[in-house]
Design a protein around this ligand. Structure first.
Ligand code: SF4
Length: 678
């Protein structure tokens, strides 16, 4: 069999941005194998479990392959795969684009262009797929702008406040560390290419400490798993600073040369004693002292912090406090020392040229459009707004499953007067509400350029196979739509190569000499690495065991976790991935993991069907009484609503309350109660 090998890049929302070698059968044009590129210094020849089985997703019989329109008279709501043809009818791209353009034009004329809301996130993190022609289109239209806060904004703002940029030790440098703290970071589950470097460090005597309220795969493999009450990370980090300064262990020379505001910080942390933090975090004062001393003594000491700690009400303060720790110790001086949240600050792609925000001035608005926080979608669709949202255009996201306050989101999406377009690979919970459904390609089918948030290589991804069916990338779709709307600007006719050139056209030193032609030749190029102040304060989240919203009615803190074998809601419908996650095909009860101290008084035993609820909603789950969580904490996992027996997902219980920095969501500040049903 004659085959060729194509270099692609995994564009899923994951720090590792793996280099993928795709074997393609020359005769059929079909991909027959995907593998990690052994020559990539971080991918090192392997892929995670999710993408190792990627061809099951690409060639799934459930892929959406053609544009479709909701049949007349069919109400919006959950659709099973077998009902697809009953609910939607196949149409041509021409008909789909003409209809969308006409509807958007009418809505804009009648209610103003801000009544149109794009909704997208990181379904793909390639530059073209993530944000290029789509932004140009919505800017030119004058549509509401979406504040894309749902994942990383708060942590990014925290790093910008402390360091002015988002960077950290390269993954390869973790091999040199003598102590690694995984803080809210399930490295083994969803940053697996860092793991070999940690193993190498451990072979050389390093210790791994995991700070996490949940016993993740990473925690189970650690030298020390410190369980912490959700949302209290700031208290722990501030108490570590207290111990370091109380005992004079700080690196004064480093602090004097490299920081501002040390005197204020020193004064500020005086009240954060280990005893105070013990009461907040549930970690003993002795363990907090021990942790601070271990952190000080180890050289180099690396912290891998992940976005989990920012997803509670005090998340911004938590992220800033943890980010400050290496500044007291001077850990940055040692190769492998410091703190890594994201390396994305190393990639100065020219987003202005790609997205052209100045086009808003050419829109009917003639000014910058209003901004809507994506974590508030439920309220935006169901409460009064001026102008009201009358059209929702969803791509790269599945808000019906992943947005907080799910019942409001679904109520809003079910509105008959809301015109909804969804660009997707599968019939997701969001696709169920589409008026027009458009087929999207996988990363094997498109060209793109991509940085990373877990390493320092910029890469080009080549299309390995032709798009399945009639699927088209979103940059093509929005260029076509712009032309049908009559937008005269030439930028709407840019090709993929022209968009890649625009992304790379920047004078920043990190991108010096990096061109599309060079990336086509070399596949990847390493970018140069490394580059405010306010004092973070610990407040117990209002919706937590110590918060002002604590109540006897809802005493359990709930972790709305991500599954290990899918990515938020992506992959949740693929049978192989369900099997890996221990789920069964078809409607199933999700798990409610709990501690025996909480289960026993409620008469709940392992395997019982339970209801978990709060004032926002309820879920029916199966109790799993195991060692994954501490007393007072329960955990359940995100997935597709319609694959759950009760048709609901974990966000039925989360709130739209925003956190303390950059408007991030508070998935991990959620109180619930549970009871046995059977
Ligand atoms: S580890 Fe991340 S980047 Fe690599 S293949 Fe898996 S999902 Fe993609």
């Amino acid at each position: 069999m004659a085959t060729r090998t194509v270099h692609a890049v995994c564009s899923h929302d994951c720090p590792d941005s793996c280099a993928v070698l795709v074997t393609v059968d020359e005769l059929s044009g079909k991909a027959t194998r995907v593998a990690g590129d052994p020559s990539h210094p971080v991918t090192r020849g392997f892929l995670c479990g999710k993408v190792a089985k990627y061809l099951d997703r690409v060639y799934s019989p459930d892929r959406l392959l053609y544009p479709m329109r909701r049949r007349k008279g069919v109400a919006k709501g959950p659709v099973q795969q077998s009902e697809l043809e009953k609910v939607f009818e196949r149409i041509s791209w021409d008909d789909a684009l003409n209809e969308i353009a006409a509807r958007l034009k009418n809505i804009s004329d009648e209610h103003g262009p801000e009544s149109i809301l794009p909704y997208s996130y990181a379904g793909t993190i390639g530059q073209l797929g993530y944000g290029s022609m789509d932004r140009r289109f919505f800017h030119r239209l004058g549509a509401s702008q979406l504040d894309r806060t749902i994942c990383s904004t708060t942590g990014g703002a925290a790093f910008n406040a402390v360091y002015g940029m988002k960077m950290g030790p390269a993954p390869e440098d973790f091999a040199h560390a003598k102590l690694i703290i995984a803080w809210g970071a399930n490295i083994h589950g969803n940053n697996v290419h860092l793991w070999p470097f940690i193993e190498e460090a451990r072979r050389n005597g390093a210790k791994l400490i995991v700070i996490d309220p949940y016993k993740t795969r990473t925690a189970a493999l650690a030298d020390w798993h410190i369980t912490i009450h959700p949302g209290t990370d700031a208290a722990l980090a501030l108490a570590m600073m207290h111990v370091i300064l109380r005992d004079g262990m700080q690196n004064d020379a480093y602090i004097a040369a490299n920081t501002h505001g040390f005197a204020q910080l020193a004064e500020h942390v005086r009240s954060y004693t280990p005893e105070f933090a013990a009461a907040a975090t549930g970690i003993s004062a002795a363990d907090i002292e021990k942790l601070a001393r271990m952190y000080m003594a180890a050289k180099p000491a690396a912290i891998r912090m992940n976005y989990g700690i920012q997803r509670s009400e005090n998340g911004g303060a938590s992220a800033r406090a943890v980010a400050m720790l290496p500044l007291l110790t001077g850990a940055w001086m040692h190769r492998g020392g410091g703190v890594q949240l994201s390396t994305s600050g190393a990639f100065p792609f020219n987003s202005k040229a790609l997205q052209m925000p100045e086009l808003m001035l050419a829109s009917p608005l003639g000014r910058n459009a209003r901004v809507i926080n994506m974590s508030s979608l439920g309220g935006v669709l169901t409460e009064e707004n001026n102008p009201p949202v009358k059209a929702l255009f969803v791509y790269n996201s599945n808000p019906a499953a992943i947005a907080p306050n799910q019942s409001a989101v679904l109520r809003g999406m079910a509105r008959a007067d809301l015109f909804t377009v969804v660009h997707e690979q599968f019939l997701t919970d969001t696709a169920d509400y589409a008026d027009i459904l458009l087929p999207a390609p996988s990363f094997l089918e498109v060209k793109d350029v991509q940085g990373a948030y877990g390493h320092y290589f910029v890469q080009i991804s080549q299309p390995a196979i032709a798009p399945l069916g009639e699927s088209q990338p979103n940059w093509w779709l929005f260029g076509q739509l712009a032309q049908r709307m009559g937008f005269p600007e030439a930028c709407f006719r840019d090709t993929a190569d022209e968009l890649i050139d625009a992304a790379l056209k920047i004078s920043a030193p990190a991108f010096a000499g990096i061109t599309r032609e060079r990336l086509e030749r070399e596949q990847r190029v390493s970018v140069a690495a490394m580059g405010a102040d306010a004092l973070p304060t610990f407040h117990a989240p209002t919706e937590s065991r110590y918060g002002t919203n604590a109540s006897e009615k809802f005493p359990l803190e709930m972790l709305a976790r991500k599954a290990d074998n899918w990515m938020n809601s992506t992959f949740a419908n693929i049978p192989t991935h369900q099997t890996m996650e221990g789920r069964h095909l078809g409607p199933d009860l999700g798990l409610l993991e709990m501690h025996a101290d909480d289960a026993t008084p409620r008469g709940i035993r392992d395997g019982d069907t339970v209801e978990v609820w709060n004032s926002r909603g309820s879920l029916t789950l199966r109790a799993h009484v195991n060692g994954s969580v501490q007393p007072g904490v329960v955990a359940t996992r995100m997935g597709w609503n319609k694959l759950a027996a009760d048709g609901k997902g974990v966000n039925a219980l989360t709130s739209e309350r925003l956190n303390d920095l950059a408007g991030g969501p508070t998935f991990y500040s959620t109180l619930v109660e549970a009871r046995r049903l059977s």
